[in-house]
Write a protein that binds this ligand. Structure first.
Ligand code: UDP
Ligand code: MG
Length: 326
């Protein structure tokens, strides 16, 4: 029998002092359950990533780590956003663990789906996506915006798994591949499918947030979609080319028409149409410039190659095995 895999449950936390004391024991319970059933190694652990919280989150994590060695934590030097926090956790876990499961700390994702994920790993899967089967606890508005989000992403060429957020299992070879993705603008939901390997999905019901508020209101969802699309796909630029070509053809027809009218002596009064065309083209051009500008901006940020996360602190007593030359 092959050795049991060391699992690291990676949990990003930003201002979650109300939630952590409730969910942390649940995560531990699940970890112990999986180890007890001989599915994961007893060295498995929970890795909290404090994403520059302004409340007592980091203190709670430190206390947890003193209470039980299966709780560990790293702290980012400042808030850098959910995606970077997850990546920081995954890259840290990669040094020690054979598999990781990333999950939010607010109790919305059903932790009991982890067992099915680990089973799928033992069955040969390298990537196991946690997919929300029902979203009945979300408001109609959240469901509608979320659905539009997935549709828009896929239509724009950023392949994402429908109704899957950042609850997923990754094997060590996927983590190694992920480490080679050097981009600064990261959108894990779009990057993981690009890595390939065997993947499968596990379905679960999404619960309501235990306490506190979502950090993803509509404005941030739109920003995330926009970021995801422009980080993963150049289809919007291609679409601009298409629209530009179409408008050019229409313009050419308009010019021909104008010449014919002029030559035939029918003077065109055309003030209104002129204003419409100028205004329309002005709008389209600015929009296109904006989209291209977004890509230029992203290229600029990427060329700087700044670190994607900076870890400022760790919980005491990190004495687990290091995987060597990383
Ligand atoms: N989070 C984070 N950094 C941030 C915002 C959120 O690490 O800047 C964490 C947060 O603590 C939670 C997860 O990311 O564990 C998802 O956030 P949230 O529950 O607010 O999003 P939603 O579930 O509403 O999409
Ligand atoms: Mg949540």
């Amino acid at each position: 029998m092959r050795e049991l895999p060391v699992l690291s449950i990676v949990i990003p936390c930003y201002n979650e002092e109300k939630v952590l004391p409730v969910t942390a024991p649940e995560f531990l319970g699940e970890l112990e359950h999986l180890a007890g059933r001989g599915k994961i190694s007893k060295d498995s652990y929970i890795l909290f990533v404090n994403d520059g919280s302004k409340d007592a989150t980091w203190d709670i994590i430190k206390n947890l780590s003193l209470e039980n060695p299966h709780f560990r934590g790293i702290s980012q030097s400042r808030n850098r956003g959910h995606q970077n926090a997850v990546l920081a956790g995954l890259m840290d876990a990669r040094k020690r663990a054979d598999i990781t499961i990333s999950i939010d700390c607010d109790g919305q994702d059903d932790i009991h789906a982890m067992e099915a994920m680990v089973d799928a790993y033992h069955g040969g899967a390298d990537v196991v996506y946690g997919v929300r089967s029902k979203r009945t606890t979300d408001t109609f508005f959240k469901r509608f915006t979320a659905e539009s989000f997935y549709r828009l992403m896929n239509w724009m060429g950023a392949e994402v798994v429908f109704n899957h957020a950042d609850y997923r299992l990754l094997s060590s070879r996927v983590l190694d591949a992920l480490a080679q993705f050097k981009e600064v603008n990261i959108f894990l939901r779009g990057m993981v499918p690009l890595i390939g390997f065997n993947s499968t999905s596990v379905y679960y019901e999404r619960h309501e947030r235990l306490a506190g508020e979502s950090h993803y209101p509509l404005k941030k969802m739109i920003a995330l979609a926009f970021d995801g699309i422009t980080s993963l796909s150049i289809r919007p630029i291609r679409m601009i080319t298409g629209v530009g070509a179409l408008i050019s053809v229409l313009g050419l027809i308009a010019i021909l028409w104008a010449i014919i009218m002029r030559v035939s002596g029918n003077t065109v009064d055309g003030w209104a149409s002129l204003v419409c065309i100028v205004a329309f083209l002005g709008g389209i051009q600015l929009l296109c410039l904006g989209i291209i500008g977004e890509y230029v901006g992203k290229t600029y940020l990427e060329t700087k190659g700044r670190p994607r996360y900076i870890i400022s602190e760790r919980t005491p007593g990190e004495n687990v095995r290091e995987k060597g030359n990383i």
